[in-house]
Design a protein around this ligand. Structure first.
Ligand SMILES: Nc1ncnc2c1ncn2[C@@H]1O[C@H](COP(=O)(O)O)[C@@H](OP(=O)(O)O)[C@H]1O
Ligand SMILES: [Mg+2]
Ligand SMILES: [Mg+2]
Ligand SMILES: [Mg+2]
Length: 413
């Protein structure tokens, strides 16, 4: 039996994505001694390929598991804060950002809670967070009351978890936590990606919203969590569904290579979910934004018509659409922003992995994979389309034809 010298590999210096492929590619007279927190694998040069395969399986089953648990905890606590605010939403809790989009005390509070939980529970290495909100407006003198309210909400939420019972945070602590979200992301290292409330307009209306948290490692989305406090456990978008009594509040979670789970937001065991297996577009239903300002409803309806989709669109806010699609409620999600709008990575990263790990495909309108490694924005060809593997080719054909017709009719005007 060959004697081997172990060469340690740190999780901080090598991502599990690259680490796993280096385990598989190794055929030299070396051994790999991989140590990252809970995982220790030793492979000698005499290992059979089946040993290598089981090492791979062990590594794959463990990679990012701790990070996913912490992400679920962070998003669940943030959801608790959002639910408290949505129940008693006051007009003073809604402000307008410089781009005129709404932001509530819950958006800020949720971002602070997620940042604090991630930093406390994963203290090793550097911390990078790409998140939607920043504290600029909160530091203005007219925002003193708002900041006080956010700080109370953050302290109340954290103290509801036994782990964080003591030591209340100051207003400065909360501002600092919000501002950890200023990272630019990019193709190297690890970056958390957070939308503290996705679908703020839905949240303010009392409708759907999501807390969306993902982790990028070397430019790839490796895990994602969607907390959807108002999403029913029963399928949405089906006829007569409104009359069905159902529990509300779903938590979706996905890890690269490990599938997608769904559970009740505040309890229940996770169960695996899968996208719809529908192959005939006539049987498919499709999701789009509730807000016409966020997506061209006319273009979606012309695509649906070309495909032969019979059912009317299901319009709901937020990445709850990705969650619903991941469990097969509908088969297609279409999103075509108005000219000049640039999609942000936090609006799609968590939804992307929740759908892809459930067997779905997410692409731009030209069929390209989404690239989350370019910083805070996604570079896209026209729009985002999501469906199962079988329907994607015909969906892309319909998109191409509808987009061409739209530009022809615009140029003939
Ligand atoms: N003109 C526009 N076109 C496309 N998306 C827009 C938009 N204005 C805002 N958005 C994004 O649409 C998100 C909501 O998506 P949806 O329509 O699926 O609910 C918003 O997230 P926030 O609510 O986090 O700001 C915001 O980032
Ligand atoms: Mg916003
Ligand atoms: Mg958003
Ligand atoms: Mg948001």
């Amino acid at each position: 039996m060959a004697m081997c010298v172990a060469s340690p590999v740190s999780i901080n210096s090598l991502s599990p994505v690259r680490l796993l492929s280096s385990v598989l590619q190794s055929n030299t007279k070396r051994s790999f001694f991989i140590s990252f927190k809970t995982l220790r694998i030793s492979i000698s040069s005499s290992s059979s390929s089946s040993n290598q395969r089981s090492a791979f399986t062990a590594a794959a089953s463990m990679a990012y598991a701790r990070e996913l648990d912490v992400a679920k905890k962070a998003a669940s606590l943030a959801a608790r804060l959002c639910q408290t605010v949505q129940k008693a939403l006051l007009q003073s809790d809604v402000q307008s950002k410089s781009d005129k989009s709404p932001v509530t005390v819950a958006d800020y509070g949720s971002q602070a809670v997620v940042s604090l939980v991630l930093q406390r529970e994963l203290p090793f290495g550097s911390f990078s967070l790409v998140a939607e909100e920043d504290s600029g407006d909160l530091r203005k003198s007219e925002s003193q009351e708002t900041l006080k309210r956010i700080t109370e909400l953050v302290n109340d939420t954290l103290s509801s978890d036994a782990t964080y019972s003591k030591s209340p945070l100051s207003e400065d602590d909360v501002l600092a936590a919000i501002d950890t979200g200023k990272s630019e992301g990019g193709p190297h290292g690890r970056h958390w990606v957070l939308d503290p409330i996705d679908g703020t307009k839905g949240f303010v209306r009392g409708d759907q919203y999501a807390i969306a948290l993902a982790l990028l490692d070397e430019g790839r989305v490796v895990l994602g969590v969607l907390a959807c406090p108002n999403l029913p456990l029963a399928p949405i978008g089906h006829p007569h569904q409104d009359s069905v009594q159902t529990q509300v509040g779903c938590l979706f979670s996905a890890r690269i290579g490990a599938g997608t789970d769904m559970q009740l937001l505040h309890g229940s065991s996770p169960m695996k979910v899968h996208v719809s297996t529908i192959e005939n577009p006539a049987e498919a239903s499709f999701f789009e934004s509730f807000e016409a300002a966020h997506s061209l409803h006319g273009l979606s309806s012309s695509i649906a018509k070309k495909l032969g989709v019979q059912a009317p669109p299901v319009r709901i806010d937020s990445q709850a659409k990705y969650g619903a699609l991941a469990r097969g409620d509908g088969a297609i999600y279409l999103r075509f922003a108005h000219q000049g709008y640039r999609e942000k990575i936090w609006d799609h990263a968590a939804g992307f992995i929740v759908v892809t790990e459930a067997g779905g495909v997410v692409a731009d309108a030209a069929g390209n994979a989404l690239d989350f490694s370019k910083g805070r924005y996604l570079d896209l060809e026209k729009g985002i389309v999501v469906t199962n593997q079988k329907l994607m080719p015909s969906l892309l054909n319909a998109v191409r034809d509808a987009v061409r017709e739209e530009s022809e009719s615009a140029s003939s005007l």
